[in-house]
Each structure stands twice: as C-alpha cells, then as structure tokens.
Design a protein around this ligand. Sequence first.
Ligand SMILES: [Ca+2]
Ligand SMILES: [Ca+2]
Ligand SMILES: [Ca+2]
Ligand SMILES: [Ca+2]
Length: 224
Amino acid sequence: MFDGPSAKASIIMIRYVQLVAFLVVLLVPLQSRGSIVINEIHADPAADLSGDANGDGVRSATHDEFIELLNTGLSSVDIGGWTLSDDDTSSVFSFPFATMIAPGEFVVLFGGGTPTGFGSIQVFTDDGSIGTGLSNSGDTVQLFDDSSTPVLIASYTYGSEGGDDQSLTRSPDGTGGFVKHSTIPPGNLFSPGTAASAIVPELTSFAVWSVLGLVTYVGGRRRL
Ligand SMILES: [Ca+2]
Ligand SMILES: [Ca+2]
Ligand SMILES: [Ca+2]
Ligand SMILES: [Ca+2]
C-alpha cells in the first residue's frame, strides 16, 4: 500500500499534520488560559444606594463587592472548577462545571445578594462575601485553575486606592493598568459585566437613528 515516492510523501504529510495537531492541542489551551484577566475590582461600595452594584435595590458592604473577569483571547475558555477569591481565606468561590467565557465576554462574581438586570451577562454570587471581604485599604485577588495543584492564572494587589466608593478597572479594558472607575467617561462608579466606557445602548441607537433621520431629511431637501 505504501510503496514508491508518492506513498512516502503521503506518510510525510500525515506526520506533518500530526505534528501540527499536537502543537495546536498543546499551545491553544496554554494561550487561552492566560487570556483570562482580572478586569475590575469593586472593594468599597458607596455607603448609599449608589453603591448597589448588583442591582438588587439594597446597598451592602459585602454583597455589592465584585470581581469582573474578561476573556481577552480569540477562543472560548472553560473556567469550570476555577476558584476566585482574596488571598487570606480557604473559603474560595468555585465556578460551576463547564462555565465558558467567550472571546470578549465578561463574567462577574458578586459577594452575594440577588444580582438584578444583567440580562445574558454571566453573573455569580459568593456566600455573602468574596473571601473575607475585599478590604477597602488593600487586598489581593487571585484566580486559580482547577488542577490538582492549582495554577495561579491571574492576581492583582491593590492598596488604599480601592477604598474610594467606586471600583478599580483596567483602562483600556483587558490590557490597561487599573484606574478609579469614575475617571473614565461618562464617570460611572462601576461597570460589572460591561466595558468601562460603555454607552447606554438605547442612547446609542437613539443617536444613530437621529443621524439617519437627519441625513434622510437633508437628502430629501436637496432633491426638492
Ligand atoms: Ca470592602
Ligand atoms: Ca445590592
Ligand atoms: Ca480580604
Ligand atoms: Ca467592567
């Protein structure tokens, strides 16, 4: 069956395909796991209702704390079994089996409560607080994978800047350094599950339709 030059070429081709497949299997998961970043940390919910980050109508010093993850890569990542918490407790949150984060997707872990109004955004709640609670004066947030010896995927340590009635968020999302959320236009205190500079969708579509209407009107006038 495998005789002659063409058969030899076929075998070389098969070996080449096997090698490429092996490298893809080996490298894609490594690249993918590293594409999950800690994107936003809310350690100090404001004392009044403006601190109600989980949207359940109640301001809580611990329930409204949250950590937001973002997939900055090009492929979906399964974070089922991965743990997210601060660094001073053994009581860590584990993501449910087969929790997938698509490229560009955000996932949020709140301390507790009943997150409301998040639509299709994947939001989770811890047991009432994230770890021992995210200290306003400084803490370390850690994301580990589900290996038998857990591998640290991402971590971030903040200081007293975390205690200013708002979240710390990467600017730009995914790749930038952490800044106080209100410094990013339009000046919101936090943005669990969305980009920091997200414009309200209704406002966007209103602006688009307004411009289209104006263009149509001007075009119609010119033809008159
Ligand atoms: Ca706190
Ligand atoms: Ca709340
Ligand atoms: Ca803590
Ligand atoms: Ca955000």
